[in-house]
Design a protein around this ligand. Structure first.
Ligand code: SAH
Ligand code: SF4
Length: 386
């Protein structure tokens, strides 16, 4: 690498330009404090926060100049201190099935991916919480990449905003038909372990769920975790969204290998914790994600054990055909095997939808994130060398 990073750039005698602080992702209190630090009188700050939230999160406005109910002088001051701009879209790939994958550049030159998956009655946005992951589940491509850094709350919320921009999904846009938005659901199933970036994920989701924020119902947000037990308890208390668990195995022996965090919190401890998750009911079930790996976890015995293990927990089981990636050590179970497994789970009274791989042609399917960004980086490097 010959390019200098901003940190190493030498700028003699020129004052470094002030980096504008992003307003996206600040809690109400955080924004209030930032405005007061800028010189906003304390008695006005609360009202200004409400106005800014409305422009930023409800209308999607990025330019302070367009915030017409704010005094001109105040708008200029805001523009001198803050920004409401989003991370840049480095690449947008659209799959034959309509899935859209965004590669976003964030501070430090890092890249993260978000994926929009349109369906008949819903539009789901899958977002990332970290660049890379500290864990190393053996079937997951992200797991082969070390943790680079946690995303800030702003970078997490901004993924939703970038997708809304792209889909023209703001109230004035062409997206929402008869009041229905294009993004109806958000899942934290992209890169990273959301519960190892707890505070930022919580602050971000609280903005996404806030009626004066992005305003998506708590029940339309699903956080997927590999099973960070103490943080699951906190998530129940401090976020309150739906939960998905990367379960993937029915014995500790196998789960220790597939999801190594199991060595710290095993199946029994995890299930005990899940039983105490708040508001568990038939309408707020826990999703058990189960990746189907040929000859590893896909036998009839596994299916029977699975239903025994989760008995008493309102649950649905999401069977995920394994999505291979270059060098992956596993194979996808056959369709016949997946169907056989699903039938056993179904007969035990659990819904067991098989997750149709989406956006495979653009490597946007579960567990494939990372590869495309690496490919793009490699091709950019190649170009740079020409
Ligand atoms: N770290 C969190 C969320 C990100 S992974 C977690 O582990 O839950 C989102 C889902 O994709 C998880 O259920 C994960 O196990 C699954 N997944 C990972 N790699 C996969 C692959 N190659 N094929 C299918 N699903 C995969
Ligand atoms: Fe990390 Fe989740 Fe992949 Fe495991 S499955 S390595 S926790 S992103």
């Amino acid at each position: 690498m010959t390019a200098l990073t901003p940190d190493t750039r030498v700028m003699p005698r020129i004052e470094a330009p002030a980096v504008l602080q992003s307003l996206i992702g600040l809690t109400r209190e955080g924004m209030r404090e930032a405005l007061i630090a800028m010189g906003t009188p304390e008695r006005q700050a609360k009202m200004r926060v409400a106005q800014l939230w409305s422009w930023i999160y409800q209308k999607g406005v990025q330019d302070f100049g367009e915030m017409t109910n704010l005094a001109k002088g105040f708008r200029e001051e805001l523009a001198a201190h803050f920004t409401a701009e989003r991370p840049e879209i480095v690449a947008l790939q659209v799959s034959q099935d309509g899935t859209r994958k965004y590669l976003l550049r964030i501070a430090g030159g890092h890249e993260v991916e978000a994926v929009y998956i349109p369906d008949e009655n819903r539009g789901t946005l899958c977002i990332s919480s970290q660049v890379g992951c500290t864990l190393s589940c053996t079937f997951c491509h992200t797991g082969t990449q070390k943790l680079v850094r946690n995303l800030t709350a702003g970078e997490i919320v901004a993924q939703v905003m970038v997708a809304r921009d792209d889909l023209d999904d703001w109230p004035e846009g062409t997206g929402p038909q008869e009041g229905r938005r294009r993004i109806t659901n958000v899942v934290l199933m992209g890169m990273g372990e959301p519960l190892y970036n707890f505070d930022n994920v919580r602050d971000a989701m609280n903005i996404v769920m806030d009626n004066e924020g992005i305003s998506l119902s708590r029940r339309r947000i699903t956080l997927s975790t590999s099973g960070v037990v103490p943080e699951i308890v906190r998530a129940g208390a401090e976020i309150g969204c739906l939960l998905a668990i990367s379960f993937h195995a029915t014995t500790d022996e196998v789960r220790d290998v597939l999801v190594p965090i199991n060595k710290k919190w095993n199946i029994e401890t995890l299930l005990e914790t899940l039983k105490a998750y708040p508001r568990l009911s038939n309408s707020e079930r826990i999703t058990f994600e189960y990746v189907m790996l040929k000859g590893v976890n896909d036998s009839d015995e596994d299916a029977h054990r699975l239903v025994r293990l989760i008995s008493g927990i309102p649950a649905k089981i999401n069977l995920i055909p394994f999505n291979p990636w270059p060098g992956s050590p596993y194979e996808r179970s056959s369709w016949g095997r997946i169907e056989g497994f699903a039938e056993i789970v179904n007969e035990a009274g659990y819904a067991s939808p098989v997750r149709t791989p989406r956006g495979e042609d653009i490597m946007a399917a579960c567990g494939q994130l990372k590869s495309a960004s690496e490919k793009i980086r490699k091709s950019a490097l190649k170009k740079a060398k020409i």
